[in-house]
Write a protein that binds this ligand. Structure first.
Ligand SMILES: Cc1cc2nc3c(=O)[nH]c(=O)nc-3n(C[C@H](O)[C@H](O)[C@H](O)COP(=O)(O)O)c2cc1C
Length: 323
């Protein structure tokens, strides 16, 4: 059985690897796709040249579909990234647009032959994405690693409200790291899942070993939310550096005052260079479920196997609610 998300993306399983700033490299995207999911090469934290190089690496490592991610407000000028995406469009199946107004970009990428996925965190924005012509809405709950919506809606409440309004498929993101999460998301009305944090703790991801070690050792209470003082939300691993930012935020800084702490370079030093005392690491609430660093292909296959087993076992549930 293939559902609409499988059909649109041309994949075996409706399991997507989200855009991952700094650490969403080509080898990771290819490994996810080789496992039967849909990998994505990120533009955040990369130069346009490096992005194209990662797309080339991905294309050399898989003959299955994969895509790219463009967080719109991440780059001060999107033009070189849009040009880079269009240059490599023949290697891509879809583009996911997040963190900004996708309106000017949807028709541009659709005319280039790409499927367009728009990330949202509310019913209102999901309906807007549908109206703009998105093929898929990726709806992200507040459990998710990285930037979250300041609306702070959790996935359990968000997905059923979104999916009942939409005609196009909704994909659930945030807090999913095993087969239980996959099946639960589908039970709530999603037609696929997107994972981020789980895919950082994989062999192919270019995150530093120190970051991956943090993820494997972290428990359920290991994340904190930064940037609330400036009306935003960034979920990261609890660490002395993150605690320093939280303390500073108590003084109600302006965006300019907070910027030296939250700029991308502080993510890179920890996530890529492993200097975890000097920067922050994106991380979602499902991190307590991550026990090992595996191949991303195996992560996808294990998610599918667990989902298969859980879905089969749940068949008996109908008797619990018999008339
Ligand atoms: C390390 C990391 C970096 C991320 N960077 C991006 C990004 O550049 N663009 C984007 O749209 N989402 C980004 N996200 C969000 C993910 O694509 C995904 O939606 C989210 O991680 C799902 O929640 P989970 O972390 O609970 O699995 C990032 C998440 C993490 C953990």
């Amino acid at each position: 059985m293939r559902n609409r998300v499988c059909e649109i993306l041309g994949v075996k399983y409706p399991i997507i690897q989200g855009g991952l700033a700094y650490v969403g490299n080509g080898a990771l995207a290819a490994a996810v796709s080789n496992g039967g999911g849909f990998g994505q090469v990120g533009t955040a934290g990369r130069t346009p040249e490096n992005f194209k190089e990662q797309v080339r690496i991905a294309a050399e490592s898989t003959d299955r579909p994969f895509g790219a991610n463009l967080p719109i407000s991440e780059h001060s000028d999107n033009t070189p990234y849009i040009e880079a995406i269009l240059e490599v469009k023949d290697k891509l199946t879809a583009i996911s647009l997040s963190a900004g107004n996708p309106k000017p970009l949807v028709s541009l990428f659709k005319e280039a032959g790409l499927k367009v996925m728009i990330m949202t965190a509310s019913v209102k924005h999901s309906l807007k994405a549908q109206e703009l012509g998105a093929d898929i809405v990726i709806c992200e709950g507040f459990e998710a690693g990285g930037h979250d919506s300041p609306l702070e809606m959790t996935l359990f409440s968000l997905i059923p409200q979104v999916s009942r309004e939409l005609q196009i498929p909704a994909v659930a993101a945030g807090g999913i790291a095993n087969g239980q999460g996959v099946v639960a998301a589908l039970a709530l009305g999603a037609e696929g899942v997107q994972l981020g944090t789980r895919f950082v703790a994989t062999k192919e991801c270019e995150a530093h070993e120190n970051y991956k070690k943090f993820l494997v050792e972290a428990k359920d209470d290991a994340t904190v939310v930064l940037e609330r003082s400036i009306g935003r939300a960034l979920r990261v691993l609890k660490s002395p550096f993150a605690q320093t930012i939280l303390e500073f935020e108590k003084s109600r800084p302006t965006v300019e005052q907070l910027l030296p702490y939250i700029r991308g370079v502080n993510n890179r030093v920890a996530a890529i260079e492993g200097r975890v005392e000097e920067g922050w690491m994106n991380c979602g609430q499902s991190v307590g479920l991550i026990d090992s660093v595996e191949s991303a292909s195996d992560v996808v296959r294990n998610l599918a196997r667990e989902a298969r087993e859980i879905a089969a076992a749940l068949g008996g549930l109908s008797t619990l609610f018999a008339d």
